[in-house]
Write a protein that binds this ligand. Structure first.
Ligand code: UAG
Ligand code: ATP
Ligand code: API
Ligand code: MG
Length: 487
């Protein structure tokens, strides 16, 4: 049996033990996973209140209960711990339970609307190339060195975060690069973590369904920086007007990266084509395989983190120039003279950036066909905006489904169609079946054309009514483009 020390986050022990240590066999926050001798942490969620399951947890063997309010009926032999914020207590307890792994590995958290996966993945690839044992927690996958552990969230739950860090430490990792989603920050999935640094990539429209207002969304991101310790660094995008907001009242060392504003880490774009980016950094010209000006920001963030962690700039740039980035981010498939681009752009800003990157690199003559959908049970207000951007920036647009989740796909399409102006209707199609939409884009395209398939990137499924069916944009577009060459 493990002994938890220092679990007290403004905790007041109300019942049996009067002790500040709690011996538990496991920590669970879902009554359905309770085991004999575990501590059950009751969390108020978006769907239900975990406090409703306290009795059930005890009946399944929980011996201690961490909660914000005591249940009416207290049961003999059970330890109840009342805390101000049980989600936060969960993070701190989990850290203690796994022997505070973040004290033995440098953890860097990356937040922002777009660019988290790209930045974290580049950092992981770079540190591996430089010979470090390195961990990664990302939307696409979690990794301990090259061993992949399936990711269900951008940031795992608090117990999984600590368990994964524990495993990284046991496997000799010295660094971990992780995404901190705004949901995770608000839900305290990273409470209890000692961070060596945090990065802010940018903030734009997303997740207003969850945060309510843009100000609340900014506040969620800022919380990461407010809680950084003094010996950490806070590296922010100086060209994003909220970058400086993140640094207000932040105790950590203030660091910036930028293309336009004065900054600690600065670059100038020399050329930006569909082959890659040429950047001037400290009077050196460096070629990167990443595409689009937005990736110049991601590369600068990576450079900043690496130098702040004590690496030598020239070596970093040399290694970085050969790296490709994360799966599903501007992946190019060229068949029969047609170029398909599969990209995870699922926010207005990302879609606009990707389309502008493609348009800037076009030589003329060819047409750009965009296939895009919006996820169900997510921010509805981004739907017409994304459709509008797609239609304005493309020669033809096919509006389709993304992950409908529990929504009616045609209702999502209607929300998107509201962003298409009357003069643009003639160049817009709506095809609810994403596979058919991709097929149609292929059939409409001719040699030289570009097809952008946006929104799902690396995802290998489509989620419909709670079921994830196999679905892979890259696989499907390859199949149809190959058919064109055969027929
Ligand atoms: C909206 C949201 O973020 N929800 C997350 C949240 O669930 P919730 O608050 O809805 O939980 P709930 O169902 O209300 O339950 C409340 C509590 O009661 C417990 N419970 C519930 C039922 C029961 O029978 N017994 C029981 O004990 C639950 O375990 C929970 O502790 O806490 C859960 C445990 O950590 C997460 O799995 C869940 O992620 C859901 C599945 C999700 O889709 N989240 C997405 C939006 C998300 O987190 N996305 C971000 C990335 C976003 C981005 O930046 O693009 C991510 O980090 O992945
Ligand atoms: N720095 C950036 N600024 C704006 N757009 C970007 C940036 N980096 C990537 N993008 C665009 O956003 C998409 C998502 O990028 P990425 O997966 O790196 O972001 P993320 O922040 O991890 O997203 P999520 O919140 O879903 O985890 C990319 O496919 C690309 O279209
Ligand atoms: N992390 C994002 C991913 C969105 C990906 C897009 N394909 C969708 O399903 O909306 C979210 O959970 O909102
Ligand atoms: Mg991500």
């Amino acid at each position: 049996m493990k002994v938890l020390k220092d679990i007290l986050y403004k905790v007041s022990l109300t019942t049996t033990t009067g002790d500040m240590e709690l011996g538990v066999k496991d920590i669970v926050f879902d009554s359905r996973h309770v085991t004999e001798g575990s501590a059950f942490v009751a969390i108020k969620g978006t769907q239900v209140d975990g406090h409703e399951f306290i009795e059930k947890a005890i009946s399944l063997g929980a011996e201690s209960i961490i909660c914000e309010q005591l249940p009416e009926k207290l049961i003999d032999g059970i330890t109840y711990v009342v805390v101000v914020n049980s989600a936060r207590a969960l993070g701190i307890m989990a850290s203690n339970y796994f022997d505070n792994p973040s004290e033995n590995i440098q953890v860097i958290a990356i937040t922002g609307t777009n660019g988290k996966t790209t930045t974290a993945t580049l950092l992981h690839q770079l540190f591996m190339r430089m010979g470090y044992s390195t961990g990664l927690l990302s939307t696409v996958e979690n990794k301990i060195n090259e061993t992949v552990i399936h990711a269900t969230h951008t940031t795992p739950d608090a117990v999984s975060v600590q368990a994964l860090l524990r495993k990284m430490v046991a496997d000799g990792c010295t660094h971990c690069f992780m995404e901190a989603s705004s949901h995770a920050i608000v839900q305290e999935r990273i409470a209890g973590l000692k961070l060596a640094g945090a990065v802010f990539t940018n903030i734009s429209h997303d997740h207003l369904d969850y945060h309510g207002t843009f100000d609340e969304y900014i506040k969620a991101k800022k919380k990461l920086f407010d809680e950084l310790p003094k010996d950490a660094f806070a590296l922010v995008n100086g060209d994003d007007k909220r970058g400086m907001v993140m640094l207000q009242n932040c105790k950590a060392s203030h660091q910036t990266f930028a293309l336009r504003s004065p900054a600690d880490f600065k670059a100038k774009i020399i050329s930006n084509t569909l082959e890659g980016l040429e950047l001037e950094i400290n009077s050196k010209m460096i070629w990167f395989r990443m595409i689009g000006s937005f990736n110049a920001y991601n590369l600068l963030a990576v450079l900043g983190v690496t130098v702040l962690l004590g690496e030598e700039e020239d070596e970093v740039l040399r290694e970085l120039s050969g790296i490709r980035g994360a799966k599903g981010r501007f992946d190019r498939i060229s068949i029969a003279g047609i170029t398909a681009i599969v990209d995870y752009a699922h926010t207005p800003d990302a879609l606009d950036n990707v389309l502008k990157t493609i348009n800037a690199a076009r030589t003329g003559g060819e047409q750009l066909i965009t296939v895009v959908g919006c996820g169900g049970n997510r921010d509805k207000t981004k739907r017409p905006i994304m459709a509008k951007i797609a239609v304005q920036e493309s020669d033809k647009t096919i509006l389709t489904s993304d992950n409908p989740r529990f929504e009616e796909p045609n209702d999502i399409l209607k929300d998107m169609q509201a962003g298409v102006g009357p003069s643009e209707i003639r160049k817009t199609l709506s095809i609810v079946d994403r596979r058919e939409a991709i097929k149609t884009a292929c059939m409409l395209s001719q040699k030289g054309d570009i097809i952008l398939i946006a929104g799902k990137g690396h995802e290998d499924y489509q989620e419909v009514n709670g079921v994830k069916h196999h679905f892979d944009d890259t696989e499907i577009v390859t199949e149809f483009l190959q058919q064109l060459t055969q027929g």
